[in-house]
Design a protein around this ligand. Structure first.
Ligand SMILES: C=C(O[C@@H]1C=C(C(=O)O)C=C[C@H]1O)C(=O)O
Length: 185
């Protein structure tokens, strides 16, 4: 699927005029997304889609301080609440960060990354930003393919932030599927 080079705008806050009131807390809550979902469903699961070396998108590479074409460790998952996918998450970790500091990335399996990230006081989270992803963005298509045959709306709101440990970065992006709004507020 060819997507035009597109530079979506990542905002510090979701615009009131275009983001559902009930979606805003999901885009802005700085605590663990896993914990927030778990508190609103019966059974929670992580479906690991991909975990391998990959070339980040240009904006992701810039955030991670990587040169264009430089590979990083990629982890893509679906967060599942009561059997229904509610979030498509994509995390990127520069290769140099895997040794020591970020070994957690490889030991996680189907355990949620957040369980490790929010358990270590040495890990800090930078500010969240959010963007509306549509068919112009390759990540929209990754999420769409991940949830098929469940239909994807023309646009999904996503958020992302950098986690840092001993000066090394991990980029976590989370796209919210419409089903997130079926969870209690
Ligand atoms: C960062 C968190 O971890 C969640 C779990 C992820 C995973 O297991 O790959 C990725 C992103 C998050 O949605 C969190 O819970 O806030």
């Amino acid at each position: 699927m060819r997507t035009r080079p597109h530079k979506e705008t990542w905002l510090k806050r979701p615009p009131r005029a275009t983001v559902f009131r009930t979606l805003r807390p999901w885009l802005t809550d700085p605590d663990s997304l896993t914990a927030r979902i778990r508190a609103r469903c019966g059974t929670f699961a992580v479906r690991v889609l991909r975990q391998r070396l990959a070339v980040p998108h240009r904006d992701e590479a810039t955030l991670l301080g990587l040169r264009r074409g430089e590979v990083a460790w990629l982890r893509e998952v679906l967060l599942i609440a009561d059997g229904v996918p509610v979030v498509f998450a994509r995390s990127l970790l520069p290769r140099a960060n895997v040794r020591g500091a970020w070994n957690l990335f490889h030991g996680m399996g189907a355990r949620p990354l957040g369980a490790a990230l929010f358990a270590d006081p040495a890990i800090s989270r930078r500010a969240l930003t959010c963007a509306c992803l549509d068919r112009r963005d390759a990540r929209y298509h990754l999420a769409s393919a991940a949830v098929a045959p469940m239909a994807m709306p023309p646009r999904v709101w996503a958020r992302r932030s950098l986690f840092r440990l001993h000066g090394r970065a991990l980029l976590v992006s989370e796209a919210f599927l419409p089903t997130i709004l079926d969870l209690p507020e």
